[in-house]
Design a protein around this ligand. Sequence first.
Ligand SMILES: Nc1ncnc2c1ncn2[C@@H]1O[C@H](COP(=O)(O)OP(=O)(O)O)[C@@H](O)[C@H]1O
Ligand SMILES: [Mg+2]
Length: 384
Amino acid sequence: MKKEINNIADQFNINGELLNVECKNNGNINRTYIATYKMEDGSEKCFIIQKINTTVFKEPYKLMKNISNVTSFIEMKTQFCGDNIHPCLSVIKNKNNKLLVEVLDEKTGEKQYYRAYNCIENSISYDVSTDKQVVYNVGAAFGHFQRLLSDYDADDLETTIPDFHNTPKRFDNFMSDIELDVCDRSEEVSQEIITLLKYRGSKDKIVNLLKKGTIPVRVTHNDTKVNNVMMDKKTGDYLTVIDLDTVMPGSALYDYGDGVRSTCSTAAEDERDLSKVELNMELFTEYTKGYLSEMADYLTEDEVCNMGESIRVITFELALRFLNDYINGDTYFKTKYDKHNLVRARNQLKLLSDIDKKMPDINKFILETYRKYKHENKQLIKNK
Ligand SMILES: Nc1ncnc2c1ncn2[C@@H]1O[C@H](COP(=O)(O)OP(=O)(O)O)[C@@H](O)[C@H]1O
Ligand SMILES: [Mg+2]
């Protein structure tokens, strides 16, 4: 493997001599390597090489085109603003000017695809964090990402995973899978199904707003987790958003809702003790402050009015997806033990009921924070 990955690393357009390649094992989807080169000026420099998971991503060139377009746009904006605090992620092409290095797997006869990026230096990513400052920074990082892309024409991007956040469609599939009941599990989870159905009222909300044109189609990251933000090792501030595999046209609300859902729960997504699972309001306020500090001037009023709702919709969607996967025999999400998906579904249902209870407070805080940042930004412009 060592020889093979060295050979792959040599094919990228990097003007240096390859010194070493190390495998980094903390990603969930792709295999990530750090390659060190001795550059022409004698300095040592690291690059990231990733093997794309083609079981999840079927069309690697389409996905890379999205990433390349979005990263180039961000780089242009960042340079234009004279921002030298936030380093940009850049795709490094191969020596034939292609976005990927292709290798034929001799055992399976299938093609494997590798890409390279610059390494975000002196940075760290956290797999989980309950630190308020970190959560604020995650919200701000995804807000910053959306702000830079707020005038990017999202229709220019490929929809690499169709209906990714089409909650009503996912719901229809779920209902037919309960009927089909291929693993004879529907009866076992009848209580969970009843609980889920209680919340189905919100499932069409974002999709309908998009359909009617009430809210704009925007570039959406679609994987707004804490470990997809690189933070400055020294200051703790956010540097760059990474993991752009699921960048597609969508809604800002998908990213905000999923960011809060995944970052602000009091317990891991597969915690079995449901008494531990709640929406942590302190973390929610931090995430929201961070996000709106960047996005208050760029969101439409309809988007702002639906931010709270988006947390409920996305949590409903995840509960539904875990339960659906359990009913189907665990074919999509990786499971570590029997009933892992059922544990996750129960966990998300508990989170959903808590979010539902807290919705008035959630909405109140979002509106207050939005007004605060709008007002502050107006004052700033006035005093300039
Ligand atoms: N450009 C980069 N600079 C520094 N570290 C990176 C970079 N890209 C990825 N990493 C590190 O590798 C990990 C996995 O990368 P990621 O793109 O998120 O893959 P996955 O899709 O498998 O989650 C990240 O959490 C981060 O620690
Ligand atoms: Mg990742």
